[in-house]
Design a protein around this ligand. Structure first.
Ligand SMILES: CSCCC(=O)C(=O)COP(=O)(O)O
Ligand SMILES: [Zn+2]
Length: 206
């Protein structure tokens, strides 16, 4: 049974995330999508094509982890399969956030075989990273309009690299997650800061 208080609370958090990300230029032109787990059987997710800086409660849908829309009829994010794959594989996962910033888009094109972050204090905001000397490898997957196929590629990778806390899609953007919306948002902020630093460093030292 779906708890409406949980739906309201998570939806409000995601609306605030959308405004925050849009103000920073991380979700331009309806790009990006957000979701949060409500309970074992329900996930709230942005509807497709909504402006993420102007979300309202009616811009969200409830889906089951296997992709059923409740009640049937709405159009969930075109990238729903990328969210649901993550919830199915990790029961403690509480939120998934996807952004399309310029640094993420450009870095993923400059380094299509993966971005390595090393030497930055802020990398300690990422799970399992306790030093600026750690080597954080961010995988980059080729973009694909076949989202279930892309989801299955990412899932295969995560099976062999379970400590991954985010990935890039080439020329597209960042996916990251957390146990709560607040934690997932912190991971977006950390990755976006690090991508910006890395891009500037490459420009300045070329
Ligand atoms: C205008 S961005 C193209 C689609 C996309 O990559 C995205 O993140 C938004 O798609 P959605 O269906 O979730 O609105
Ligand atoms: Zn996208």
């Amino acid at each position: 049974m779906l708890r409406t208080e949980a739906l309201g609370a998570r939806t409000e958090e995601l609306i605030r995330v959308g405004r925050f990300f849009f103000e920073r230029g991380w979700v331009p032109a309806t790009a990006g999508n957000f979701s949060a787990r409500l309970d074992a059987d329900h996930v709230v997710l942005t509807a497709s094509g909504r402006h993420k800086g102007e979300l309202e409660a009616e811009g969200f849908l409830v889906v089951t982890p296997d992709g059923q829309v409740l009640p049937p009829g709405g159009k969930p994010s075109a990238e729903t399969a990328l969210h649901l794959m993550l919830y199915r594989r990790e029961p403690r996962l509480g939120a998934v956030l996807h952004t399309h910033s310029r640094p993420a888009t450009l870095l993923s094109r400059l380094s299509p075989r993966g971005v390595v972050l090393e030497g930055y204090e802020v990398q300690k905001a990422l799970p399992g990273v306790d030093s600026h000397t750690a080597r954080v490898e961010v995988p980059v997957f080729p973009n694909d309009q076949d989202i279930p196929r892309l989801a299955s590629r990412v899932e295969d990778f995560l099976r062999g690299h379970p400590d991954t806390s985010g990935y890039l899609i080439e020329g597209h953007g960042l996916y990251t997650w957390g146990r709560t919306v607040a934690e997932a948002r912190r991971h977006v902020e950390a990755f976006e800061f690090l991508f910006e630093c890395e891009l500037d460093l490459r420009r300045l030292t070329r």
